[in-house]
Design a protein around this ligand. Sequence first.
Ligand SMILES: C[S@@+](CC[C@H](N)C(=O)[O-])C[C@H]1O[C@@H](n2cnc3c(N)ncnc32)[C@H](O)[C@@H]1O
Length: 325
Amino acid sequence: MEISEDRDLYTAELVLEGNLPSNTFSPNAIKSVPRWHFEMLNDHNRNISFANAINSLDLTDKIVLDIGTGTGLLAMIAAKNNAKHVYTVEVNPYIAKTAQQIIKDNKLQDKITVINKLSTDLIPGVDLPKNIDILISETVDCGFFGEGFVPALQHAKQELLAPDAILLPCAVKLTAALLSSDDVRNLNYVATSLDFDVSLFNIFSTQGYFPVRLNSWETSLVSDEVIFYQRDFVKPDSFDENSRIDFTATQDATVDGIVFWFELDLVESQPPVTNNPAHKKNHWMQSVQIFEHAQTVSKGERFSVNYKTGTLTIDFSPANMLKHN
Ligand SMILES: C[S@@+](CC[C@H](N)C(=O)[O-])C[C@H]1O[C@@H](n2cnc3c(N)ncnc32)[C@H](O)[C@@H]1O
């Protein structure tokens, strides 16, 4: 399916921008594309993990759906691995248009159809065939939930895929530890600046998790590491969970929040992709949620944290708010 011409802003923007080269979008269009795409595309471990996983599948005569086109990288890997046809869906029109050209530049346009839509708006039998054989998607952020993988997967399973479709990725596991770090607290809370009380500004603090490269700051993990959430995507289980993580403090410490990371299984036979803190060059940073009030713990003490998942979020709060700092 062609991207419709009225959404092709090349022409409209050339009029506005006058002397820009013919393949350049407006500043607003460029702003709509997050810069992390570059870091992600240069993350060799990520790319090779997805390539190895896709290439481990027999795609002969298979129709593939790739949710979240980006440059078309995963769609092109699948096309080169003999997929009968790949439908790839991208919500951002500028990215979709550019991917279409990249796919042409790589001479794969006959094997790949780019669709400029949100995947949950796809109409089976109209935008793409019914009962797709294989789903590929890399739409996870550092905290797994934030980019919308879960609703996209749930919709695809319900509306777009054959009942026995292969899912890539196929499972996720989340691990967390308690975090002690003034530096990371200072990324989201303030008390005074130059003796002025500016603490009212904390009304703008991020309430949920946010990405932090742990090794850029002075940080200590002050508990055991607990695997607290696991899902096999093939199973019909709900992604919702309202539960508690029981950590054991490994030292006397101030607890500023929680750090967590994912292990994402692409295919069963290969090691997962992960943003655990040991992977220092990963484009996915770790996920951190800083508690409004720091807590103190003693070595060996139990420290419990409640968490609640939604389809787009996971939120944490200390279960035992007894000893504020
Ligand atoms: C993390 S990037 C990955 C791009 C590419 N698949 C790769 O691995 O290099 C995800 C892309 O998917 C798009 N996207 C995310 N969720 C989507 C959805 N449900 N439907 C269509 N596009 C989506 C985003 O705009 C972004 O360009």
